[in-house]
Design a protein around this ligand. Structure first.
Ligand SMILES: C[S@@+](CC[C@H](N)C(=O)[O-])C[C@H]1O[C@@H](n2cnc3c(N)ncnc32)[C@H](O)[C@@H]1O
Length: 234
């Protein structure tokens, strides 16, 4: 078997460690320094795609849909979101690490069919949380795959995204009928309760890392059914 070739490294903000991109033949791998090891591999991406398939199912015929994808990774979630929404949509992809976006403009682009070349895409280099606190009732879907589950992994500030405050802020950033979809390596009943308390209607789906096989991952689907719950009105 051919050896892995290192293509690049990137520092994660706030001493979050180092990301390394490697290639072996047509296979790509992104790993995090320390015990966590491999974060992403281009041979397993079904659950990343399902995040968009499930999170954007309600947008098939929605004109001018606005979708946030956090983060970029290898681009599978972004590419699947683009497949799920009409030509009038805008899909904003956020990634904390500029090098990850550069890698997707270069060698990683081929993994998911170069989704950054799609004219519906807008790139936000920075924390996805910045997008989710800026506006009220703006987004039709927010798709989050920035951690291993509802707790900060690469970036401890990510804990905010799953906190009571963060969950409520994401709720406010969604339009009525909007969907928050969150990728996780495992179920989390505490997070489900928090989503419900924020006003979301919640469904929990199990998806496989490869179609019909491999590890089981969880996708939390949280729908904003009302404009804002009565007790959350400002
Ligand atoms: C597991 S990968 C995403 C994989 C992606 N779903 C795919 O289809 O390849 C996680 C990504 O989220 C980014 N990230 C982590 N925390 C973030 C944050 N707060 N805001 C934006 N991007 C973040 C990381 O740099 C990394 O690129």
């Amino acid at each position: 078997m051919k050896p892995w070739i290192e293509l690049g490294t990137a520092q994660i903000p706030n001493d979050g460690g180092v990301l390394t991109l490697r290639q072996r033949d047509q296979e790509f791998s992104i790993s995090l320094s320390g015990p966590r090891g491999e974060l992403m591999n281009s041979r397993r991406f079904n659950s990343e795609q399902q995040l968009s398939v499930l999170g954007c199912a309600h947008l098939k015929n929605r004109n001018n849909a606005r979708v946030v994808v956090g983060g970029m990774g290898m681009g599978y979630t972004l590419a699947a979101a683009l497949d799920a929404v009409p030509s009038t949509a805008e899909v904003i992809v956020a990634d904390l690490i500029p090098e990850v976006v550069e890698w997707n403009r270069g060698p990683l682009g081929e993994c998911a069919g170069s989704p950054l070349d799609d004219r519906r895409v807008r790139v936000h280099i920075g924390d996805v949380a910045e997008l989710l606190t800026e506006h009220d009732r703006l987004y039709d879907a927010v798709l989050l795959d920035v951690d291993n589950g509802p707790e900060g992994l690469t970036h401890t500030d990510n804990n905010w995204l799953y906190s009571v405050e963060g969950t409520s802020s994401i709720y406010n950033s969604l339009a009525k009928g909007g969907m928050l979809a969150v990728w996780s390596a495992s179920p989390d009943s505490v997070y489900v309760s928090r989503l419900k308390k924020a006003g979301f209607q919640v469904e929990v789906k199990t998806v496989r890392e490869r179609p019909g096989k491999g590890a089981r991952h969880t996708i939390f689907l949280a729908k904003k059914v009302a404009a804002r719950p009565a007790n959350k009105r400002r």
